[in-house]
Design a protein around this ligand. Structure first.
Ligand code: MN
Ligand code: MN
Length: 456
């Protein structure tokens, strides 16, 4: 089969398009990791999932989730077999590259008020200028109140912007290397220009006016930025791309595209043999560290909690459960781009429209930093995919020694379970808008469902 599109009849095409409509809605609601957790909970509760603390005893068929600080989440559908026999786990990350506000962001310069930022994740900084940006996040007040912020998505909302230099005066800038064309400390977002009306306000009158607006409209004071988590992301909605509407262009495919398809698969997991799990994690773009990253004890703790409510708790059962588990660690891979063919080795590149994409290993150089799936495990995966006519491809991220990248795969593999990287090919990964194929989204979603049901 050349592409996914040859597989679909008219009815299947409707399904493919419908899944991507739902995915676009998810993306529009989930532009940060926190919003992704909120939206996941909303969708999970609709399907009968309960938070762990609402559950007294854990039994087969139960649907349970754990919310970690509103920034990462683990969902489980308890299987008929004992959990000690292992889980079928889907994993993806819900953080995406973006521009975070600094803790002391606000300043006035020649009648303009700006907010200083610190970018998050690997970005080509020059791609993030001269674009409408929305501000999402939370401001936590000393009194314990949390203010949720989402400004710039409604068409009537204002947006903010990081400026770029006009071409007419860019002789020096254009001679710089790409990494220096726009530098990190110059990523300052323009947020206002009207001075406050009071006559005696001579010092920073425009900043005072912005502070007044923040206080009146959001109950935010300048010091509150210290305990805020505010993220600038491209404003606007996910869109169909292509005259045939075969692709989706959106902010945050990496990696909400795998998060959404994995989530949908577990929401549809009904009375599985082996317990289904789905972990949607934070901080992947900066190394998966911290309480909400994949390296956290969170997932293991969730499994221990569940085991304790099924049988008498016993540390060895947790060890057995983890080492007998199988995982698809799903993240985007680099889709072959006809504009830049030279970075790929064509036999082992991932192509848009050729189905879910597996990577035996990731890493860089001589596979450095990768967990490298075993061929025994890959053979099992091939068996269930072929049986269910899933369209899939095996690829590497670029030519040998061209670069590389890592995922959360090795972190779970370090717990002594079988893990392979799976996911969806995208173009212009980490740009403000990324591109993916609706056919690949559909195949990934189907593959995840089958993995949860049939992997043994
Ligand atoms: Mn990723
Ligand atoms: Mn990434």
């Amino acid at each position: 089969m050349k592409t996914v599109w040859e597989k679909y009849n008219a009815k299947a095409m409707k399904d493919v398009m419908a899944v991507s409509e739902d995915y676009k809605n998810f993306l529009n609601a989930a532009k940060t990791e926190r919003e992704a957790v909120d939206e996941t909970i909303r969708l999970a509760r609709k399907e009968g999932f309960k938070e762990f603390k609402e559950v007294r005893k854990v039994k087969a068929g139960d649907k349970i989730y754990f919310n970690n600080r509103g920034k990462s989440i683990a969902l489980f559908v308890i299987g008929k077999k004992p959990m000690e026999d292992g889980l079928n786990i889907l994993g993806a990350h819900i953080d995406s590259p973006r521009i975070d506000l600094k803790q002391n962001p606000l300043y006035e310069d020649n009648g303009l008020v700006l907010m200083d930022t610190h970018y998050y994740g690997g970005i080509k900084k020059y791609q993030w200028v001269a674009l409408p940006l929305a501000m999402h996040g939370v401001v936590c007040k000393k009194d314990g109140k949390t203010i949720k912020v989402a400004i710039g998505e409604d068409e009537k909302d204002p947006v903010v912007e990081i400026s770029d230099l006009l071409i007419h005066l860019s002789r020096d800038q254009m001679a710089k290397t790409g990494a220096k064309v726009v530098e990190g400390e110059d990523l300052n977002a323009l947020v206002g220009s009207i001075p406050v009306k009071e006559k005696d306000e001579k010092e920073e009158p425009v900043k005072k006016n912005i502070l007044k607006i923040l206080k009146e409209e959001y109950d935010i004071e300048e010091e509150d930025f210290i305990s805020a988590e505010l993220e600038l992301v491209p404003a606007g909605k996910a869109r169909d791309l292509g005259l045939d509407r075969s692709l989706v262009m959106a902010y945050g495919h990496d990696d909400r595209i795998c998060a959404y398809t994995s989530l949908r698969a577990i929401l549809e997991s009904k009375e599985p043999e082996r317990t289904s799990a789905c972990i949607l994690t934070d901080k992947e773009e900066i190394g998966s560290m911290g309480a909400t990253g994949a390296q956290s004890a969170f997932f293991e703790n969730c499994v221990a909690e569940l085991l304790a409510k099924t049988d008498s708790f016993d540390g060895l059962k947790l060890r057995h459960c983890l080492e007998r588990s199988c995982m698809l660690s799903s993240d985007v891979s680099a889709g072959f781009d006809p504009n830049y063919p030279s970075v790929n080795e064509p036999k082992n590149a991932a192509y848009l429209g050729k189905g879910i994409s597996f990577n035996k290993f990731t890493g860089s150089g001589g596979k450095g930093g990768s967990s490298d799936a075993t061929p025994e495990y890959i053979a099992k995966i091939r068996r269930i995919l072929d049986k269910n006519k899933i369209v899939y491809q095996f690829s590497e991220l670029g030519r040998v020694d061209q670069g590389g990248g890592g995922t959360i795969a090795y972190i779970l593999a370090n717990k002594n379970m079988d893990v392979i990287d799976a996911g969806i090919a995208v173009q212009n990964m980490h740009a403000p808008y990324e591109v993916a194929s609706k056919g690949d989204i559909y195949e990934a979603y189907q593959a995840y469902k089958i993995f949860l049901k049939e992997m043994a």
